[in-house]
Ligand binder design. Structure first.
Ligand code: FES
Length: 130
């Protein structure tokens, strides 16, 4: 059974085809106020897709892979929140995740976590890889 504690944040700069630490991914204002943007690094079996979610004044980032069976979470491109914009929602079997922690609060992988991604948001509003 997968661990039910939050894994260490993924450092994109440690991926074989990832961005260098400090590379700009996007600007905060490139993301709608309750929207997200996806980024892919690498190709084939080593490809990693992440999403950067803007929510209630916060910016969080996770790998786009559900801890249940590994499916992408988004039900439409760049759409990760549920209808009430309260939680992240997996489109495949409906797992519900806390936006800020990635903790699954309901669904088939309840108690597990999304893989968070280490990012930094600068005072100038730029989202940077770490
Ligand atoms: S793959 Fe996400 S709930 Fe099953």
């Amino acid at each position: 059974m997968p661990p039910t504690f939050a894994p260490e944040p993924l450092l994109l700069s440690e991926l074989s085809d990832g961005p260098t630490a400090g590379k700009e991914l996007c600007e905060v204002n490139d993301i709608p106020p309750t929207g997200a943007r996806c980024f892919r690094f690498g190709s084939g079996e080593t490809q990693v897709e992440i999403f950067v979610q803007r929510w209630r004044g916060h910016i969080v980032a996770y790998v786009n892979r559900c801890p249940h069976v590994g499916s992408p979470l988004d039900w439409q491109p760049d759409r990760f929140l549920d209808a009430n914009k309260e939680h992240l929602l997996c489109a495949t079997h409906g797992a519900v995740f806390d936006v800020m922690t990635g903790h699954c609060v309901s669904g088939p992988c309840e108690g597990q976590f999304l893989q968070s991604v280490a990012i930094e948001v600068t005072d100038a509003g730029k989202v940077m890889a770490l």
